[in-house]
Design a protein around this ligand. Structure first.
Ligand code: IYR
Length: 229
């Protein structure tokens, strides 16, 4: 059955307004930093709810919306999550991680201790739904799940940042333990863990630089000389 179509004619902004908005948004985006040391100050549930609603507006393959978010503020649950994550992380840092990976992580100053999982007022565990279950229990394929969830997480991180909240994009390795801990079904795979809150007092971040526009893009415009084909 085809979905009916509905009109879509959002107000068109004058181009000067578009450019001005992008300049402001660029400054905001450039000020975002991943934070690893969180204050225990609380953040109201409504903030997380709206940020998750924003994440849920992401485009997705065949509009399957293959994501699920478990938002945790319960201190005991966060303790259990941290304990389980630290077991995996200790194994990762002590044994599993190859030297090149440890070398790449050194400038970030990470180790197996995951204080943020108990300090941050919220920890959002993101799941990727690999298929849906139809009305008769049949498997319904999803499409581009990784891309779709990645976009949704991008929306989430940016929404929280714009609202003045800090995040960490945390990928415990391996993270299969999260499915059981969060009581999620087998068609869902843990994707990322996102502590949310405020930076701790005295928080520092590594002095990193971002690639410049010409390093991450090129333009093929009407003045670009095209090779003859
Ligand atoms: N999962 C580990 C290691 C880690 C991996 C990457 I790639 C990072 O950018 C940061 C950490 C951890 O969370 O410490």
């Amino acid at each position: 059955m085809n979905a009916p179509f509905v009109p879509y004619q959002p107000d068109r902004k004058p181009i000067q307004e578009t450019l001005a908005i992008l300049q402001v948004d660029l400054k905001t985006a450039q000020a975002r930093r991943t934070v690893r040391v969180f204050s225990t100050d609380e953040v109201p549930r409504e903030a997380i709810e709206d940020a998750l609603r924003i994440a849920g507006t992401a485009p997705s393959g065949a509009h399957r919306q293959p994501w699920y978010f478990v938002a945790i503020s319960n201190p005991e649950f966060k303790k259990r999550l941290r304990a389980a994550a630290e077991i995996e992380e200790k194994e990762f840092y002590d044994h599993k991680a190859p030297q090149d990976w440890l070398d790449a992580l050194r400038p970030l100053g990470t180790d197996f201790v995951k204080l943020h999982l108990t300090d941050a007022p919220w920890v959002i565990v993101v799941f990727r739904r690999d298929h849906e279950i139809g009305p008769d229990g049949e498997k319904l394929k999803n499409y581009y799940m990784t891309e779709s969830v990645g976009i949704a997480v991008g929306f989430l991180i940016q929404a929280l940042h714009r609202a003045g909240l800090a995040t960490l994009t945390h990928t415990p390795s391996p993270m299969t333990f999260l499915r059981e801990l969060c009581g999620r079904p087998m068609n869902e795979k843990p994707f990322v863990v996102i502590p949310v809150g405020y930076p701790a007092e005295g928080c520092e971040v590594p002095d990193l630089e971002r690639k410049q526009l010409d390093e991450i893009s090129e333009f093929i415009s009407s003045s670009t000389h095209l090779p003859t084909c």
